[in-house]
Design a protein around this ligand. Structure first.
Ligand SMILES: [Zn+2]
Length: 137
Protein backbone atom coordinates (compact mmCIF):
# COMPACT_ATOMS: atom_id res chain seq x y z
CA UNK A 1 0.00 0.00 0.00
CA UNK A 2 2.83 2.41 0.82
CA UNK A 3 5.31 1.27 -1.80
CA UNK A 4 7.38 3.72 -3.79
CA UNK A 5 5.51 4.67 -6.93
CA UNK A 6 2.18 5.17 -5.16
CA UNK A 7 0.93 8.67 -4.48
CA UNK A 8 0.22 7.81 -0.85
CA UNK A 9 3.92 7.00 -0.35
CA UNK A 10 4.92 10.40 -1.70
CA UNK A 11 2.29 12.24 0.37
CA UNK A 12 2.86 10.49 3.71
CA UNK A 13 6.67 10.59 3.44
CA UNK A 14 6.73 14.05 1.82
CA UNK A 15 8.94 12.86 -1.03
CA UNK A 16 9.38 14.27 -4.54
CA UNK A 17 6.11 13.66 -6.46
CA UNK A 18 8.10 13.04 -9.66
CA UNK A 19 10.51 10.32 -8.48
CA UNK A 20 9.50 9.58 -4.82
CA UNK A 21 13.17 9.69 -3.75
CA UNK A 22 14.24 13.29 -3.15
CA UNK A 23 12.96 15.47 -0.33
CA UNK A 24 9.93 17.67 -1.07
CA UNK A 25 10.09 20.13 1.86
CA UNK A 26 13.01 22.14 3.25
CA UNK A 27 12.71 20.37 6.62
CA UNK A 28 11.63 16.79 7.38
CA UNK A 29 10.31 18.03 10.74
CA UNK A 30 6.85 19.64 10.27
CA UNK A 31 7.31 21.41 13.63
CA UNK A 32 10.40 23.31 12.41
CA UNK A 33 8.26 26.45 12.43
CA UNK A 34 10.78 28.77 10.73
CA UNK A 35 10.42 26.79 7.48
CA UNK A 36 7.02 25.14 7.96
CA UNK A 37 5.60 24.12 4.57
CA UNK A 38 8.51 25.63 2.62
CA UNK A 39 9.29 23.68 -0.54
CA UNK A 40 12.67 23.05 -2.08
CA UNK A 41 13.05 24.60 -5.57
CA UNK A 42 13.76 21.26 -7.20
CA UNK A 43 14.33 17.60 -6.40
CA UNK A 44 17.92 16.77 -5.41
CA UNK A 45 17.63 13.34 -7.09
CA UNK A 46 15.75 13.84 -10.40
CA UNK A 47 16.26 17.64 -10.75
CA UNK A 48 12.66 18.36 -11.68
CA UNK A 49 10.92 21.49 -10.40
CA UNK A 50 8.20 21.42 -7.76
CA UNK A 51 6.47 24.67 -8.80
CA UNK A 52 5.67 25.01 -12.53
CA UNK A 53 4.28 28.54 -12.10
CA UNK A 54 3.95 31.11 -9.28
CA UNK A 55 0.90 30.48 -7.11
CA UNK A 56 0.67 26.79 -8.01
CA UNK A 57 0.20 25.85 -4.36
CA UNK A 58 -2.67 28.29 -3.60
CA UNK A 59 -5.02 25.40 -4.35
CA UNK A 60 -3.40 23.52 -1.48
CA UNK A 61 -5.45 25.75 0.84
CA UNK A 62 -8.58 23.84 -0.17
CA UNK A 63 -6.83 20.57 0.53
CA UNK A 64 -5.68 21.89 3.91
CA UNK A 65 -9.26 22.98 4.70
CA UNK A 66 -10.63 19.56 3.76
CA UNK A 67 -8.00 17.79 5.88
CA UNK A 68 -8.76 20.08 8.85
CA UNK A 69 -12.51 19.39 8.58
CA UNK A 70 -11.90 15.64 8.34
CA UNK A 71 -9.56 15.74 11.33
CA UNK A 72 -12.03 17.81 13.37
CA UNK A 73 -14.89 15.41 12.69
CA UNK A 74 -12.65 12.45 13.55
CA UNK A 75 -11.50 14.02 16.84
CA UNK A 76 -15.05 15.02 17.78
CA UNK A 77 -16.33 11.48 17.18
CA UNK A 78 -13.30 9.90 18.90
CA UNK A 79 -13.76 11.99 22.06
CA UNK A 80 -17.49 11.21 22.03
CA UNK A 81 -16.82 7.46 21.76
CA UNK A 82 -13.92 7.33 24.24
CA UNK A 83 -15.53 9.62 26.83
CA UNK A 84 -19.32 9.37 26.29
CA UNK A 85 -20.04 11.65 29.26
CA UNK A 86 -17.93 14.52 27.81
CA UNK A 87 -19.70 17.81 27.25
CA UNK A 88 -19.90 19.66 23.94
CA UNK A 89 -17.45 22.22 25.32
CA UNK A 90 -14.91 19.52 26.17
CA UNK A 91 -15.22 18.03 22.69
CA UNK A 92 -14.82 21.50 21.14
CA UNK A 93 -11.61 22.09 23.11
CA UNK A 94 -10.25 18.73 21.95
CA UNK A 95 -11.09 19.63 18.34
CA UNK A 96 -9.44 23.06 18.63
CA UNK A 97 -6.42 21.64 20.46
CA UNK A 98 -5.91 18.97 17.80
CA UNK A 99 -6.18 21.64 15.08
CA UNK A 100 -3.47 23.76 16.72
CA UNK A 101 -1.15 20.85 17.49
CA UNK A 102 -1.48 19.16 14.09
CA UNK A 103 -1.66 22.31 11.91
CA UNK A 104 1.99 22.05 10.71
CA UNK A 105 1.51 18.39 9.74
CA UNK A 106 -1.73 19.15 7.86
CA UNK A 107 -0.03 22.06 6.09
CA UNK A 108 2.86 19.88 4.92
CA UNK A 109 0.54 17.07 3.84
CA UNK A 110 -1.77 19.49 2.02
CA UNK A 111 1.09 20.72 -0.17
CA UNK A 112 2.30 17.19 -0.85
CA UNK A 113 -1.26 16.08 -1.64
CA UNK A 114 -1.84 19.05 -3.96
CA UNK A 115 1.42 18.37 -5.82
CA UNK A 116 0.52 14.70 -6.20
CA UNK A 117 -2.85 15.62 -7.72
CA UNK A 118 -1.05 17.21 -10.67
CA UNK A 119 2.34 15.51 -10.86
CA UNK A 120 2.43 11.87 -12.00
CA UNK A 121 5.16 9.49 -10.86
CA UNK A 122 7.87 9.27 -13.53
CA UNK A 123 10.86 7.71 -11.81
CA UNK A 124 14.32 9.26 -11.60
CA UNK A 125 15.28 9.03 -15.28
CA UNK A 126 13.96 11.72 -17.60
CA UNK A 127 11.28 10.44 -19.99
CA UNK A 128 11.32 11.28 -23.72
CA UNK A 129 8.90 14.11 -24.51
CA UNK A 130 8.54 15.09 -20.86
CA UNK A 131 6.86 18.44 -20.20
CA UNK A 132 9.58 21.14 -20.04
CA UNK A 133 7.77 23.17 -17.37
CA UNK A 134 8.93 20.65 -14.75
CA UNK A 135 12.57 20.44 -15.85
CA UNK A 136 14.93 22.45 -13.64
CA UNK A 137 18.10 21.93 -15.67
ZN1 LIG B 1 12.59 13.75 -7.76
Amino acid sequence: MLKKGTKLYSIINRKCPHCHEGEFLVSRNPYDLSVVGDLLKECSVCHRKYEPEPGFYYGGMYVSYALAVAQSVAVYIAVGVLVPSSSQTTRLFWVLGALVVLAPVLYAWSKALWANLFIPYKGVQRLPGEDEKWIAR
